[in-house]
Design a protein around this ligand. Structure first.
Ligand SMILES: CC(=O)CC(=O)SCCNC(=O)CCNC(=O)[C@H](O)C(C)(C)COP(=O)(O)OP(=O)(O)OC[C@H]1O[C@@H](n2cnc3c(N)ncnc32)[C@H](O)[C@@H]1OP(=O)(O)O
Ligand SMILES: NC(=O)C1=CN([C@@H]2O[C@H](COP(=O)(O)OP(=O)(O)OC[C@H]3O[C@@H](n4cnc5c(N)ncnc54)[C@H](OP(=O)(O)O)[C@@H]3O)[C@@H](O)[C@H]2O)C=CC1
Length: 309
């Protein structure tokens, strides 16, 4: 806390040190954490990833390796770039390992209490100049920042799935986020070859304020018997030119994440139009979370995905 005190004095005196990002920490090695590690390592940064279990890190690294191979096959990167990127990714066995990080990006499960716990445990190990970011899909950046010892250095850095392919990163300032934090975050994201859109800190920001109610409506369409899983996805793929049908996309995102975002919208905006569809709740309660558990609206355990109802 003393170190942070010094930083606060510097900041008050208006001599906020400009920050250089060279070592990045990521918390959560799931589909987003590993996807973020992929693009950050490929862009030349050293990356340390922490997860609850080393197996999760190993699984994430395997996914990164597979997706780098896809990019080699497409000719978008060289083998040497793949090798260098993989060398830059290391496992952080605990949060102490983030002591030399210039930026730590939290990409753990979409659960506010969990994220608060993570930041409370993380901050004492960080250097005074370290920045914090959350990849949250929907949760208040202001509230997450307030649980840390550095709300001025905290920002929402919302990558899109799959991270190596999606160009956009939403940047969301909490009420306390300082200009220098925002400009450093924007420069960092652009150094990854991404484009930014700035959202105000309101529930689910821009992308998920629009996308998740559409996905929830697709689940209602299924729940009320308006169409089958296949008809709903086919209708939106061929009728609205979506690259994936909404139910296939929900399985891709993760039904737990979809439900969490709808709950944030419902509670945050107090409007019944955001109530999560009971069928979505049921799938999550069954542990059918989509691709990551091999079963959601589709069953992924066979050759081809098969609708589960
Ligand atoms: C929930 C939140 O908080 C916010 C969000 O992220 S919302 C979700 C936003 N994401 C979307 O809407 C995704 C919509 N879907 C898509 O864009 C596409 O279906 C997709 C890019 C995911 C897959 O594309 P596709 O053509 O259907 O499948 P596929 O052929 O497997 O992949 C297309 C190309 O991308 C590559 N690719 C796919 N996934 C990849 C990955 N994760 N990493 C690297 N390359 C990948 C493939 O190698 C393939 O390359 P070629 O065609 O050149 O060989
Ligand atoms: N899925 C998507 O399309 C998108 C998701 N996001 C956001 O990104 C974040 C991560 O989502 P996603 O990658 O899909 O989720 P996943 O479930 O794929 O990955 C979350 C990872 O975090 C791990 N984890 C849980 N608690 C801790 C902890 N205390 N310390 C370290 N790791 C922990 C989980 O481990 P375990 O499984 O063992 O609990 C899991 O490996 C969420 O906030 C989500 O809203 C943002 C954009 C898109």
């Amino acid at each position: 806390m003393v170190q942070t005190q010094k930083l606060m004095e510097k900041s008050k005196a208006g001599i906020r040190p400009a920050r250089v990002i060279s070592k990045v920490g990521i918390i959560g090695a799931g589909q987003m954490g590993s996807g973020i590690a992929h693009v950050v390592a490929l862009s030349g940064y050293n990356v340390a990833i922490n997860d609850l279990k080393k197996e999760a890190f190993d699984k994430g690294l395997e996914a990164v390796s597979k997706n780098l191979a896809r990019q080699i096959a497409k000719g978008s990167i060289q083998e040497s770039e793949r090798d260098q990127a993989l060398e830059r990714i290391s496992y952080a066995p605990n949060l102490e390992a983030f002591g030399d990080c210039d930026l730590v990006i939290e990409a753990a499960t979409e659960d506010e209490a969990l994220k608060h716990k993570i930041f409370a445990a993380l901050c004492p190990h960080l250097k005074p100049t370290a920045m914090l970011a959350s990849n949250t899909s929907s949760i208040s950046i202001t509230r997450l920042a307030a649980t840390t010892d550095r709300p001025e250095d905290f920002i929402g850095m919302h990558f899109m799935n799959p991270v190596p392919l999606m160009e956009l990163v939403e940047l969301i300032r909490g009420i306390a986020t300082e200009d220098e934090t925002f400009s450093t975050a924007k420069a960092f994201v652009e150094s990854l070859g991404k484009k930014t859109a700035v959202a105000e800190d309101f529930p689910a920001f821009i992308v998920n304020r629009i996308l998740l109610p559409m996905i929830n409506e697709a689940v209602y369409t299924l729940y009320e018997g308006v169409g089958t899983v296949e008809a709903i996805d086919k209708a939106m793929r061929l009728g609205a030119h979506h690259p994936m049908g909404p139910l296939e996309l929900a399985d891709f995102i993760g039904l737990d994440t979809c439900l969490s975002v709808m709950q944030v919208l419902y509670e945050g905006l107090s409007d019944s139009k955001y109530r999560p569809c009971p069928l979505l709740v049921k799938y999550v309660e069954a542990g059918w979370l989509g691709r990551k558990t091999k079963r959601g609206f589709y069953d992924y355990r066979g050759e081809k995905p098969v609708p589960t109802r």
